[in-house]
Design a protein around this ligand. Structure first.
Ligand code: GTP
Ligand code: MG
Length: 388
Protein backbone atom coordinates (compact mmCIF):
# COMPACT_ATOMS: atom_id res chain seq x y z
CA UNK A 1 0.00 0.00 0.00
CA UNK A 2 1.30 3.36 -1.01
CA UNK A 3 0.90 6.47 1.12
CA UNK A 4 1.75 10.00 0.09
CA UNK A 5 1.33 13.05 2.20
CA UNK A 6 1.54 16.68 1.40
CA UNK A 7 0.61 19.10 4.13
CA UNK A 8 1.71 21.09 7.12
CA UNK A 9 4.02 20.01 9.92
CA UNK A 10 4.27 16.68 11.75
CA UNK A 11 1.70 15.64 14.32
CA UNK A 12 -0.94 17.79 12.67
CA UNK A 13 -4.53 16.85 13.47
CA UNK A 14 -6.94 18.26 10.91
CA UNK A 15 -10.49 18.98 11.98
CA UNK A 16 -11.93 17.09 9.03
CA UNK A 17 -10.65 14.35 6.72
CA UNK A 18 -12.43 14.53 3.38
CA UNK A 19 -12.37 10.91 2.22
CA UNK A 20 -12.74 10.40 -1.52
CA UNK A 21 -12.90 6.81 -2.80
CA UNK A 22 -11.71 6.66 -6.39
CA UNK A 23 -11.78 4.06 -9.11
CA UNK A 24 -10.49 5.38 -12.42
CA UNK A 25 -11.37 9.03 -11.83
CA UNK A 26 -8.17 10.58 -13.23
CA UNK A 27 -9.90 13.30 -15.31
CA UNK A 28 -11.93 14.44 -12.29
CA UNK A 29 -9.17 14.74 -9.70
CA UNK A 30 -7.63 18.15 -10.58
CA UNK A 31 -11.01 19.91 -10.76
CA UNK A 32 -12.25 18.18 -7.60
CA UNK A 33 -9.18 19.19 -5.58
CA UNK A 34 -9.40 22.75 -6.92
CA UNK A 35 -13.07 23.06 -5.94
CA UNK A 36 -12.49 21.46 -2.52
CA UNK A 37 -9.60 23.87 -1.96
CA UNK A 38 -11.91 26.83 -2.63
CA UNK A 39 -14.69 25.39 -0.50
CA UNK A 40 -12.62 24.66 2.60
CA UNK A 41 -10.71 27.96 2.76
CA UNK A 42 -10.62 28.82 6.46
CA UNK A 43 -11.30 25.22 7.53
CA UNK A 44 -8.66 22.86 8.90
CA UNK A 45 -9.16 20.07 6.37
CA UNK A 46 -7.25 17.36 4.54
CA UNK A 47 -8.29 15.35 1.49
CA UNK A 48 -7.68 11.61 1.58
CA UNK A 49 -7.96 9.78 -1.73
CA UNK A 50 -8.41 6.05 -1.27
CA UNK A 51 -7.68 4.78 -4.71
CA UNK A 52 -8.22 1.35 -6.23
CA UNK A 53 -7.74 2.49 -9.82
CA UNK A 54 -6.29 0.64 -12.73
CA UNK A 55 -5.68 3.90 -14.63
CA UNK A 56 -3.32 6.73 -13.68
CA UNK A 57 -5.57 8.29 -11.01
CA UNK A 58 -2.88 7.75 -8.34
CA UNK A 59 -0.27 9.61 -10.42
CA UNK A 60 -2.68 12.45 -11.02
CA UNK A 61 -3.39 12.70 -7.27
CA UNK A 62 0.36 12.80 -6.54
CA UNK A 63 0.84 15.53 -9.10
CA UNK A 64 -2.12 17.59 -7.90
CA UNK A 65 -1.07 17.19 -4.23
CA UNK A 66 2.10 19.14 -4.99
CA UNK A 67 0.28 22.36 -5.78
CA UNK A 68 -2.98 22.01 -3.85
CA UNK A 69 -3.93 24.63 -1.27
CA UNK A 70 -5.46 21.90 0.87
CA UNK A 71 -3.29 19.02 2.18
CA UNK A 72 -3.82 15.89 0.10
CA UNK A 73 -3.08 12.34 1.12
CA UNK A 74 -3.19 9.28 -1.10
CA UNK A 75 -3.77 5.71 -0.04
CA UNK A 76 -3.39 3.60 -3.15
CA UNK A 77 -4.54 0.03 -2.59
CA UNK A 78 -2.69 -2.53 -4.69
CA UNK A 79 -4.95 -5.28 -3.40
CA UNK A 80 -8.34 -3.63 -2.80
CA UNK A 81 -10.69 -5.23 -0.29
CA UNK A 82 -14.41 -4.46 -0.09
CA UNK A 83 -14.69 -2.09 -3.07
CA UNK A 84 -16.00 1.39 -2.38
CA UNK A 85 -17.05 0.63 1.22
CA UNK A 86 -13.71 -1.00 1.98
CA UNK A 87 -11.96 2.07 0.58
CA UNK A 88 -13.98 4.43 2.79
CA UNK A 89 -13.18 2.32 5.84
CA UNK A 90 -9.49 2.46 4.97
CA UNK A 91 -9.82 6.24 4.86
CA UNK A 92 -11.48 6.27 8.30
CA UNK A 93 -8.76 4.03 9.68
CA UNK A 94 -6.06 6.39 8.49
CA UNK A 95 -7.74 9.51 9.91
CA UNK A 96 -7.07 11.23 13.22
CA UNK A 97 -9.50 14.09 12.54
CA UNK A 98 -12.59 14.83 14.61
CA UNK A 99 -14.81 14.50 11.54
CA UNK A 100 -14.69 12.25 8.50
CA UNK A 101 -16.54 13.54 5.46
CA UNK A 102 -17.14 11.12 2.60
CA UNK A 103 -17.79 12.22 -0.99
CA UNK A 104 -17.55 10.83 -4.51
CA UNK A 105 -14.66 11.66 -6.79
CA UNK A 106 -16.67 12.64 -9.85
CA UNK A 107 -18.08 16.01 -8.69
CA UNK A 108 -21.64 14.73 -8.36
CA UNK A 109 -21.30 15.84 -4.75
CA UNK A 110 -20.79 19.62 -4.83
CA UNK A 111 -17.73 20.61 -2.75
CA UNK A 112 -19.40 23.87 -1.71
CA UNK A 113 -21.64 21.70 0.50
CA UNK A 114 -18.64 20.67 2.63
CA UNK A 115 -18.72 23.71 4.97
CA UNK A 116 -22.51 23.46 5.12
CA UNK A 117 -22.37 19.83 6.28
CA UNK A 118 -19.58 20.51 8.74
CA UNK A 119 -21.31 23.62 10.09
CA UNK A 120 -24.49 21.64 10.67
CA UNK A 121 -22.51 18.87 12.38
CA UNK A 122 -20.97 21.33 14.83
CA UNK A 123 -24.16 23.34 15.44
CA UNK A 124 -26.54 20.40 15.82
CA UNK A 125 -24.31 18.12 17.89
CA UNK A 126 -25.44 15.21 15.66
CA UNK A 127 -23.08 12.27 15.09
CA UNK A 128 -23.85 12.18 11.37
CA UNK A 129 -24.96 14.84 8.92
CA UNK A 130 -26.32 13.40 5.71
CA UNK A 131 -26.50 15.27 2.41
CA UNK A 132 -29.90 14.07 1.23
CA UNK A 133 -31.33 13.90 -2.28
CA UNK A 134 -34.74 13.08 -0.85
CA UNK A 135 -35.65 15.96 1.42
CA UNK A 136 -36.66 19.56 0.85
CA UNK A 137 -34.88 21.07 -2.12
CA UNK A 138 -32.78 17.95 -2.60
CA UNK A 139 -32.84 16.03 -5.87
CA UNK A 140 -31.36 12.95 -7.52
CA UNK A 141 -31.58 14.50 -10.98
CA UNK A 142 -27.90 13.76 -11.70
CA UNK A 143 -28.53 10.00 -11.81
CA UNK A 144 -28.00 8.88 -15.38
CA UNK A 145 -31.63 8.07 -16.32
CA UNK A 146 -35.21 7.66 -15.08
CA UNK A 147 -34.72 3.93 -14.48
CA UNK A 148 -31.82 4.59 -12.11
CA UNK A 149 -33.78 7.30 -10.31
CA UNK A 150 -36.70 4.86 -9.88
CA UNK A 151 -34.41 2.08 -8.59
CA UNK A 152 -32.80 4.54 -6.19
CA UNK A 153 -36.14 5.78 -4.79
CA UNK A 154 -37.59 2.26 -4.49
CA UNK A 155 -34.53 0.81 -2.78
CA UNK A 156 -34.43 3.78 -0.41
CA UNK A 157 -38.08 3.18 0.56
CA UNK A 158 -37.46 -0.55 1.05
CA UNK A 159 -34.36 0.07 3.14
CA UNK A 160 -36.10 2.59 5.38
CA UNK A 161 -38.98 0.16 5.89
CA UNK A 162 -36.54 -2.54 6.95
CA UNK A 163 -34.82 -0.28 9.50
CA UNK A 164 -37.69 1.88 10.77
CA UNK A 165 -35.89 2.93 13.95
CA UNK A 166 -32.25 3.36 12.94
CA UNK A 167 -33.22 5.18 9.73
CA UNK A 168 -36.11 7.15 11.21
CA UNK A 169 -34.28 10.46 10.76
CA UNK A 170 -32.50 9.65 7.52
CA UNK A 171 -34.32 10.16 4.22
CA UNK A 172 -31.31 9.11 2.11
CA UNK A 173 -29.38 6.22 3.70
CA UNK A 174 -27.86 5.35 0.32
CA UNK A 175 -26.14 8.66 -0.24
CA UNK A 176 -22.37 8.64 -0.48
CA UNK A 177 -22.13 12.22 0.82
CA UNK A 178 -22.07 12.65 4.59
CA UNK A 179 -19.97 13.71 7.52
CA UNK A 180 -19.63 11.63 10.67
CA UNK A 181 -17.92 12.11 14.02
CA UNK A 182 -15.01 9.69 13.60
CA UNK A 183 -15.10 8.37 17.16
CA UNK A 184 -18.81 7.52 16.88
CA UNK A 185 -18.00 4.76 14.39
CA UNK A 186 -16.67 1.40 15.55
CA UNK A 187 -14.85 0.16 12.48
CA UNK A 188 -14.75 -3.38 13.81
CA UNK A 189 -18.54 -3.55 13.42
CA UNK A 190 -18.53 -2.71 9.71
CA UNK A 191 -18.36 -5.19 6.87
CA UNK A 192 -16.30 -3.87 3.97
CA UNK A 193 -18.71 -4.57 1.14
CA UNK A 194 -20.71 -2.90 -1.58
CA UNK A 195 -21.49 0.71 -2.38
CA UNK A 196 -23.57 1.68 0.67
CA UNK A 197 -21.24 2.56 3.50
CA UNK A 198 -23.60 5.04 5.19
CA UNK A 199 -26.27 2.34 5.48
CA UNK A 200 -23.70 0.01 7.04
CA UNK A 201 -22.73 2.73 9.54
CA UNK A 202 -26.30 3.72 10.46
CA UNK A 203 -27.63 0.16 10.69
CA UNK A 204 -24.84 -0.95 13.00
CA UNK A 205 -24.72 2.03 15.37
CA UNK A 206 -27.15 4.08 17.35
CA UNK A 207 -26.32 7.54 16.00
CA UNK A 208 -28.07 10.89 15.97
CA UNK A 209 -28.66 12.05 12.42
CA UNK A 210 -29.21 15.49 10.93
CA UNK A 211 -29.85 16.19 7.25
CA UNK A 212 -29.18 18.86 4.68
CA UNK A 213 -30.78 18.77 1.21
CA UNK A 214 -28.54 18.75 -1.85
CA UNK A 215 -28.84 18.34 -5.59
CA UNK A 216 -26.95 15.30 -6.89
CA UNK A 217 -25.22 16.63 -9.99
CA UNK A 218 -24.00 15.05 -13.20
CA UNK A 219 -20.65 13.32 -13.45
CA UNK A 220 -17.93 15.81 -14.44
CA UNK A 221 -16.00 13.20 -16.48
CA UNK A 222 -15.23 9.49 -16.60
CA UNK A 223 -17.55 6.51 -16.35
CA UNK A 224 -20.04 5.26 -13.79
CA UNK A 225 -19.11 2.20 -11.74
CA UNK A 226 -22.68 1.55 -10.67
CA UNK A 227 -23.92 -1.75 -12.16
CA UNK A 228 -26.47 -4.52 -11.82
CA UNK A 229 -23.84 -6.43 -9.88
CA UNK A 230 -23.68 -3.56 -7.39
CA UNK A 231 -27.47 -3.85 -7.08
CA UNK A 232 -27.13 -7.55 -6.20
CA UNK A 233 -24.40 -6.74 -3.67
CA UNK A 234 -26.77 -4.21 -2.15
CA UNK A 235 -29.55 -6.80 -1.73
CA UNK A 236 -27.04 -9.09 -0.04
CA UNK A 237 -25.91 -6.25 2.20
CA UNK A 238 -29.52 -5.53 3.21
CA UNK A 239 -30.19 -9.19 3.99
CA UNK A 240 -26.97 -9.51 5.94
CA UNK A 241 -27.67 -6.36 7.97
CA UNK A 242 -31.23 -7.32 8.75
CA UNK A 243 -31.15 -11.10 8.98
CA UNK A 244 -27.40 -11.60 9.29
CA UNK A 245 -25.32 -13.52 11.72
CA UNK A 246 -27.96 -14.10 14.34
CA UNK A 247 -30.33 -15.93 12.01
CA UNK A 248 -27.53 -18.08 10.59
CA UNK A 249 -26.61 -18.88 14.19
CA UNK A 250 -30.25 -19.76 14.92
CA UNK A 251 -30.51 -22.00 11.84
CA UNK A 252 -27.42 -23.93 12.88
CA UNK A 253 -28.76 -24.16 16.45
CA UNK A 254 -32.09 -25.53 15.14
CA UNK A 255 -30.32 -28.01 12.88
CA UNK A 256 -28.18 -29.06 15.85
CA UNK A 257 -31.31 -29.71 17.92
CA UNK A 258 -32.69 -32.00 15.20
CA UNK A 259 -29.42 -33.93 14.94
CA UNK A 260 -29.41 -34.18 18.73
CA UNK A 261 -32.87 -35.77 18.69
CA UNK A 262 -31.84 -38.12 15.89
CA UNK A 263 -28.79 -39.35 17.82
CA UNK A 264 -30.82 -39.91 21.00
CA UNK A 265 -33.43 -41.84 19.01
CA UNK A 266 -30.79 -43.97 17.28
CA UNK A 267 -28.80 -44.76 20.43
CA UNK A 268 -31.80 -45.55 22.61
CA UNK A 269 -33.11 -47.66 19.71
CA UNK A 270 -29.86 -49.65 19.97
CA UNK A 271 -30.59 -50.23 23.64
CA UNK A 272 -28.48 -47.52 25.25
CA UNK A 273 -29.75 -45.79 28.43
CA UNK A 274 -31.38 -42.44 27.65
CA UNK A 275 -29.13 -40.34 29.91
CA UNK A 276 -25.92 -41.65 28.34
CA UNK A 277 -27.50 -41.28 24.89
CA UNK A 278 -28.48 -37.68 25.68
CA UNK A 279 -24.97 -36.87 26.91
CA UNK A 280 -23.36 -38.34 23.78
CA UNK A 281 -25.87 -36.53 21.55
CA UNK A 282 -25.22 -33.22 23.36
CA UNK A 283 -21.43 -33.47 22.96
CA UNK A 284 -21.69 -34.55 19.32
CA UNK A 285 -24.02 -31.63 18.57
CA UNK A 286 -21.80 -29.12 20.34
CA UNK A 287 -18.86 -30.32 18.24
CA UNK A 288 -20.84 -30.22 15.00
CA UNK A 289 -22.25 -26.77 15.74
CA UNK A 290 -18.76 -25.43 16.42
CA UNK A 291 -17.49 -26.45 12.99
CA UNK A 292 -20.65 -25.20 11.26
CA UNK A 293 -20.56 -21.83 12.99
CA UNK A 294 -16.85 -21.45 12.21
CA UNK A 295 -17.66 -21.90 8.55
CA UNK A 296 -21.06 -20.27 8.12
CA UNK A 297 -21.60 -17.75 10.93
CA UNK A 298 -18.26 -16.31 11.93
CA UNK A 299 -16.17 -17.22 8.88
CA UNK A 300 -15.23 -13.57 8.28
CA UNK A 301 -14.02 -13.10 11.87
CA UNK A 302 -12.03 -16.32 12.25
CA UNK A 303 -8.73 -14.74 11.35
CA UNK A 304 -9.31 -11.48 13.21
CA UNK A 305 -9.18 -12.64 16.81
CA UNK A 306 -8.16 -15.62 18.88
CA UNK A 307 -6.61 -18.86 17.57
CA UNK A 308 -8.71 -21.94 16.70
CA UNK A 309 -7.90 -23.89 19.87
CA UNK A 310 -8.87 -21.00 22.15
CA UNK A 311 -12.08 -20.48 20.14
CA UNK A 312 -12.89 -24.14 20.43
CA UNK A 313 -12.16 -24.27 24.16
CA UNK A 314 -14.32 -21.19 24.84
CA UNK A 315 -17.21 -22.37 22.69
CA UNK A 316 -17.10 -25.94 23.99
CA UNK A 317 -16.79 -24.74 27.60
CA UNK A 318 -19.67 -22.29 27.29
CA UNK A 319 -22.02 -24.80 25.69
CA UNK A 320 -21.31 -27.44 28.31
CA UNK A 321 -21.80 -25.01 31.18
CA UNK A 322 -24.99 -23.80 29.54
CA UNK A 323 -26.27 -27.39 29.19
CA UNK A 324 -25.53 -28.06 32.88
CA UNK A 325 -26.98 -24.77 34.17
CA UNK A 326 -30.13 -24.66 32.05
CA UNK A 327 -31.81 -27.69 33.67
CA UNK A 328 -31.63 -26.46 37.30
CA UNK A 329 -32.86 -23.04 36.14
CA UNK A 330 -35.73 -24.77 34.38
CA UNK A 331 -36.52 -26.78 37.53
CA UNK A 332 -36.49 -23.56 39.55
CA UNK A 333 -38.88 -21.83 37.15
CA UNK A 334 -41.31 -24.76 37.27
CA UNK A 335 -41.16 -25.57 40.98
CA UNK A 336 -40.63 -22.13 42.57
CA UNK A 337 -42.05 -19.68 40.03
CA UNK A 338 -44.87 -22.11 39.11
CA UNK A 339 -44.47 -21.60 35.40
CA UNK A 340 -45.77 -24.50 33.30
CA UNK A 341 -43.07 -26.83 31.97
CA UNK A 342 -43.47 -25.99 28.26
CA UNK A 343 -43.32 -22.17 28.48
CA UNK A 344 -40.56 -22.49 31.09
CA UNK A 345 -38.56 -24.67 28.70
CA UNK A 346 -39.18 -22.17 25.91
CA UNK A 347 -37.95 -19.29 28.10
CA UNK A 348 -34.77 -21.11 29.10
CA UNK A 349 -34.07 -22.17 25.51
CA UNK A 350 -34.56 -18.62 24.24
CA UNK A 351 -32.41 -17.13 26.99
CA UNK A 352 -29.74 -19.77 26.37
CA UNK A 353 -29.79 -19.03 22.64
CA UNK A 354 -29.40 -15.28 23.15
CA UNK A 355 -26.64 -15.73 25.74
CA UNK A 356 -24.85 -18.20 23.47
CA UNK A 357 -25.04 -15.82 20.54
CA UNK A 358 -23.82 -12.84 22.57
CA UNK A 359 -20.99 -14.88 24.08
CA UNK A 360 -19.81 -16.13 20.68
CA UNK A 361 -20.12 -12.76 18.95
CA UNK A 362 -18.61 -10.68 21.76
CA UNK A 363 -16.04 -13.07 23.25
CA UNK A 364 -15.14 -16.07 21.08
CA UNK A 365 -15.03 -14.24 17.74
CA UNK A 366 -14.33 -10.73 18.98
CA UNK A 367 -11.86 -9.18 16.55
CA UNK A 368 -8.74 -7.60 17.94
CA UNK A 369 -8.48 -3.89 17.22
CA UNK A 370 -6.42 -3.21 14.11
CA UNK A 371 -2.71 -3.16 14.83
CA UNK A 372 -1.77 -2.60 11.22
CA UNK A 373 -1.27 1.12 11.50
CA UNK A 374 1.43 3.22 12.88
CA UNK A 375 2.09 6.90 12.50
CA UNK A 376 5.71 7.70 11.89
CA UNK A 377 7.64 10.74 10.84
CA UNK A 378 10.19 10.58 8.08
CA UNK A 379 12.24 13.77 7.87
CA UNK A 380 9.88 16.65 8.45
CA UNK A 381 7.03 14.95 6.61
CA UNK A 382 4.51 12.93 8.57
CA UNK A 383 3.96 9.70 6.67
CA UNK A 384 1.24 7.22 7.24
CA UNK A 385 2.79 3.80 6.97
CA UNK A 386 0.49 0.94 6.22
CA UNK A 387 1.43 -2.64 6.94
CA UNK A 388 -0.70 -5.23 5.26
N1 GTP B 1 -11.70 3.12 -4.05
C1 GTP B 1 -12.77 2.74 -4.76
N2 GTP B 1 -13.65 3.68 -5.20
C2 GTP B 1 -14.71 3.25 -5.93
C3 GTP B 1 -14.94 1.91 -6.24
N3 GTP B 1 -16.08 1.82 -6.99
C4 GTP B 1 -16.53 3.10 -7.13
N4 GTP B 1 -15.70 3.96 -6.51
C5 GTP B 1 -15.81 5.41 -6.40
O1 GTP B 1 -16.99 5.68 -5.68
C6 GTP B 1 -17.60 6.86 -6.16
C7 GTP B 1 -19.04 6.57 -6.60
O2 GTP B 1 -19.03 5.73 -7.75
P1 GTP B 1 -19.85 6.12 -9.07
O3 GTP B 1 -19.43 5.25 -10.20
O4 GTP B 1 -19.74 7.59 -9.28
O5 GTP B 1 -21.32 5.71 -8.65
P2 GTP B 1 -22.63 6.56 -8.76
O6 GTP B 1 -22.35 7.99 -8.40
O7 GTP B 1 -23.68 5.83 -8.01
O8 GTP B 1 -22.95 6.43 -10.31
P3 GTP B 1 -23.02 7.61 -11.43
O9 GTP B 1 -24.21 8.46 -11.08
O10 GTP B 1 -23.22 6.88 -12.69
O11 GTP B 1 -21.70 8.34 -11.36
C8 GTP B 1 -16.70 7.38 -7.26
O12 GTP B 1 -15.79 8.31 -6.74
C9 GTP B 1 -15.97 6.13 -7.72
O13 GTP B 1 -14.71 6.40 -8.31
C10 GTP B 1 -14.01 0.95 -5.76
O14 GTP B 1 -14.12 -0.26 -5.99
N5 GTP B 1 -12.95 1.41 -5.02
MG1 MG C 1 -20.99 9.10 -9.43
Amino acid sequence: MDAVWRGSGPGRTPEVSIIVPTFNEAPNVPELVRQIGDAVAGLDAEVVFVDDSTDDTADVVRAVAGSSVVPVRLIHREHPVGGLSGAVQEGFRSSVATWCLVMDGDLQHPPEMIPVLLGRAKDSGADVVVASRYMGEGSSSGLANAARRAVSSASTALTRAMFPIRLADCSDPMTGFFVVRREAVDLTLLQPRGFKILLEILARHRLTVSEVPFVFGRRFAGESKASVLQGLHFMRQLAALRFGRMSRFAIIGGFGALVNLGIVAALTGLGMGYLVAAAIAAEATILMNFFLQERFVFGDLRHEGRGPLVRFAQSFGFNNIEAVVRLPVLALLVSSAHIAAVPATAVTLLAAFLLRFVFHARVVYRPRRSTRRQRTTIGSEPVLKEFS
